[in-house]
Design a protein around this ligand. Structure first.
Ligand code: ATP
Ligand code: MG
Length: 437
């Protein structure tokens, strides 16, 4: 039974260890995955920001570097020569992937030039952002809203990034230079960036996770080992104190108790020889006192080293417990069947019950007689301890008294019953029954 309990305990501990390592591994995986995804998203958006920055630089080069030097005043009046120069430069040097469209706007929102000639001369109100760039300078970019009328001629379903900046005609009049770039190439450059970083980021995180697994396993093993060491230490400490107590008990028994027994015999013999005299009387008293001392020592031995009940027998063990009672004016009557054969668990239980009941009688009852009766019948063993003392009210037992409560729990756990019959002034009877197993 004990072995089954032990293997169950081990199995439980193993499962606990296994499951805690597993939950560590799983939670580590979840955390690292979240970190990985967050890292990739961040790198991707950084890549896109970089791509938009590149698009702005490209537009600035096209606007300021290529178109602006050719932008004579004639662009405002649609002078064919100026128009042709700008158109040639745009088609020859600007309209290359990713730039797909170019527009030049007047401050009033008129399209002065576009490589799509259908747009030229059309007027659309400029937005606040565009006006701000036109008058304040700088470059701005945004995703094209293809539903706006100025973009009506662009093919649907093609996502575009529009970038605009202010440039000036040769006489210094501001116009808005706008390019439209394929968004696909912006996104592609973001993707390129995160794809180049992904193996390093994901690989690093994965490696970190993999390194943690054996680490967690090793930690769990160390924990288990130190737990086992602690248990062994505790066991050894208990065994050591057990050995020590046994040694003290043996020394007391073989030394002092035997010597005192010798002294008792000598004193009794001397008292016999001097019968009727004053000396003889003193010797007799001395012998009685020495006998009493032996009894007390024997009961002390029981405390230090409880008897091996099974070997000594319940009767002998209980006699040791009641040995010092006569000195306290208490007569103890033990009744234990001579042929009593009990399993050691039941025997131990009966001994503990009787011991606590007798302690209580001695401590609280102020009784003159206590009867202890042990019996066994039909697979159940019982003990009855009756005293003729002052009795008590069981309902009034204080919370700081543990003896009877602990005993009750112990007996119940063992599948037995325990009851106390008593009333103030009427003595007390403790009755307990336990199964013989
Ligand atoms: N045979 C008895 N005669 C009179 N009173 C008793 C007897 N047995 C128990 N009592 C009363 O019941 C109370 C509870 O006893 P219990 O054994 O539970 O605790 P305790 O003896 O006071 O303390 P401990 O925890 O050391 O055993 C005692 O304090 C005592 O007042
Ligand atoms: Mg008690």
């Amino acid at each position: 039974m004990q072995r089954i309990a032990e293997s169950l305990r081990r199995l439980g501990a193993k499962w606990w260890r296994g499951s805690s390592v597993a939950s560590f591994v799983v939670s580590g995986f979840v955390v690292l995955s979240v970190l990985g995804v967050a890292g990739i998203v961040y790198i991707r958006s950084t890549g896109q920001r970089e791509a938009v920055r590149d698009a702005k630089v490209l537009t600035r080069i096209a606007g300021e570097g290529i178109v602006e030097p050719l932008l004579g005043e004639g662009i405002l009046t649609r002078d064919p020569a100026t128009f042709a120069a700008v158109d040639a430069a745009v088609r020859g040097r600007v309209l290359h992937d990713p730039i797909v469209r170019v527009k030049i706007w007047s401050t009033t929102g008129e399209i002065l030039y576009s490589d799509d000639q259908r747009l030229i001369g059309k007027t659309f109100p400029l937005g606040d952002d565009e006006l701000e760039i036109l008058h304040g300078g700088g470059v701005a970019a945004g995703i094209s809203n293809l539903s706006q009328p100025e973009n009506a001629l662009e093919p649907r379903g093609r996502k575009l990034l529009e970038v605009y900046l202010a440039i000036h005609t040769t006489s210094g009049r501001p116009v808005l230079f706008e390019t439209y770039q394929r968004y696909r190439s912006v996104a592609a450059s973001g993707r390129r960036l995160w794809l180049s970083f992904a193996p390093a980021v994901l690989g690093g995180l994965g490696l970190l996770w993999l390194v943690q697994v054996p680490l967690a396993l090793r930690l769990a093993r160390r924990l288990r080992e130190s737990q086992r060491e602690r248990e062994e230490l505790l066991l050894r400490a208990i065994q050591a104190s057990d050995i020590e107590r046994r040694r003290i008990a043996r020394d007391l028994h073989d030394g002092v108790v035997q010597s005192l027994a010798g002294v008792t015999y000598s004193l009794s013999a001397a008292a016999e020889r001097n019968g009727g005299t004053l000396v003889g009387e003193s010797l007799r008293e001395g012998a009685a006192a020495t006998r009493q001392a032996i009894r007390e020592l024997r009961s002390l031995l029981v405390e230090i080293y409880p008897p091996d009940l099974h070997r000594a027998g319940l009767a002998a063990a209980l006699s040791d417990v009641v040995a010092p009672f006569p000195l306290r004016g208490l007569t103890a009557n033990l009744s234990v069947p001579a042929d009593l054969e009990l399993p050691s668990a039941a025997e131990g239980m009966l001994f503990r019950i009787a011991q606590e009941a007798l302690r209580n009688v001695l401590a609280h009852a102020a009784a003159t007689v206590v009867d202890v009766t042990i019996s066994a019948e039909g697979g159940r063993a019982s003990v009855v301890v009756t005293d003729n003392g002052r009795g008590f009210d069981p309902a009034a037992v204080g919370a700081r008294s543990f003896g009877l409560r602990l005993l009750g729990d112990l007996v119940r756990d063992a599948g037995g019953t325990l009851e106390v019959e008593t009333a103030p002034g009427q003595g007390a009877t403790l009755r307990a029954e336990v199964p013989c197993r």
